[in-house]
Each structure stands twice: as C-alpha cells, then as structure tokens.
Design a protein around this ligand. Structure first.
Ligand SMILES: Cc1cc2nc3c(=O)[nH]c(=O)nc-3n(C[C@H](O)[C@H](O)[C@H](O)COP(=O)(O)O)c2cc1C
Length: 189
C-alpha cells in the first residue's frame, strides 16, 4: 500500500519495487494499492469506524478494497517523524477490515522511515493488525540519487523477502483464526 499522496512522491518508485519483488513469489498474490486513488477526504463519517456503520460511498469503496486482503505491506514516508497524514487518515477510516490480519513495513527517509514505522506499529495495535518484526529501511541518502531517483542497495532485497516471509506466515495463521472465530466482528472498547 502506497502511503504518500504528494505530487512527485518518492513513494511510487518504492511501492513499485516492493510490488515487483513480491510478485515473484508463487505462494501468494499481491496487489498495489495507492491510497491517492481513493480520494478519501479527512475522515467524514459521523459514526466511529469500530461501530461498522459506514455511510459514505468513498468509505464503502475503501472498505471493500481493504476487506479483500489477509495482509498488508505499508510503504511509508516519514513526515515530521510520523507517517503521512493521508496514510493515518486511510487507516482511521476503517476498523473491522483491518482486524486480525498481518502487516509489514517498508519505510524511507533520512533514518529509513524508522520513526514513522514505529508510530504505525502503535496505530496497528489498536486496529488489531499484527505487525511483523522484519522491516525494510531505505535511506534517502544512499538509496536515492539526489534524494529523488530510487536506486536501492542490493542488501534490501533479502530484507524485503524476510519481511514478506513473516508477513505471509502470519497472514495465513490469522486467516485461519478468523475463519474459526467471530473475533473479527466483535467491538471491544
Ligand atoms: C512535510 C514533510 C516532513 C518531512 N519530515 C521528515 C522527517 O521527519 N524525517 C525524514 O526522514 N524525512 C522527512 N521528510 C523528507 C521525506 O522523507 C522525503 O521528502 C520523502 O521523499 C517523502 O516521501 P514522498 O516523496 O513519498 O512524499 C519530510 C518531508 C515532508 C514533505
């Protein structure tokens, strides 16, 4: 999932790289989701998402897309030591669609997007989205020419594969758990 919406964003090349490498796997299928294509306004649903009463067409469209998957790779920029507002907003829009699924992260920034990823892990916990340990940390200084042309170091490819291995394992385990329980639909405050 491409989490930045800025014109000229570096995230697009990063997300394409992740998608291309992930698509080489023959055990699972991946899709590249660009949150910019969903034109989500700042959260405008009157009822909290955890109540599962989505009223707006854009929310229903976003929920239907997210519901399709067992796990997610978040490709995140770092804005002021946090993920983009657009990505946080997209996460806030939904609840049950994230529950009891798995997530992995690919961050980029001056410190590999590490601080944005740490914040996303906290948000994911509240959404009952289980985050795997392995993550990819891309440096604006060494993985981008002139801070804009993406040229990832070769060492990031095995790191990405390790993260995907963990993500696939947890996605499968949680899929099985969802199928055997009602946990995914229960609201607990
Ligand atoms: C509003 C804003 C805040 C930023 N803050 C940080 C930051 O705290 N840490 C960092 O490593 N990079 C920061 N950057 C630089 C971004 O990492 C860099 O611009 C990156 O390419 C942003 O991702 P994008 O091109 O996909 O939007 C910031 C950039 C913007 C636009």
């Amino acid at each position: 999932m491409l989490g930045s919406t800025r014109p000229g964003r570096n995230g697009e090349a990063v997300a394409r790289w992740v998608y291309q490498l992930a698509s080489k796997r023959n055990d699972v299928q991946f899709e590249l989701i660009d949150i910019a294509e969903y034109n989500l306004p700042l959260l405008d649903e009157p009822v909290p998402p955890s109540m599962g009463q989505y009223g707006k067409e854009h929310t229903k469209r976003w929920a239907a897309k997210i519901a399709e998957f067992d796990g997610y790779v978040f490709v995140t920029a770092e804005y002021n030591h946090a993920p983009s507002g657009a990505l946080k907003n997209a996460l806030d829009y939904l609840y049950a669609e994230w529950n009891n699924k798995a997530a992995g992260f690919v961050g980029y920034g001056s410190a590999g997007g590490a601080r944005a990823v740490e914040q996303l892990r906290l948000v994911a916990a509240e959404l009952q989205l289980a985050t795997v340990r392995a993550q990819v940390a891309l440096s604006l200084f060494t993985d981008f020419e002139n801070f804009s042309k993406f040229q990832p170091g070769t060492h990031h490819e095995p790191a990405l594969n390790t993260m995907l291995d963990q993500l696939v394992a947890w996605s499968r385990a949680l899929k099985s758990m969802r199928e055997q329980s009602q946990l995914g639909t229960v609201y607990q405050s």
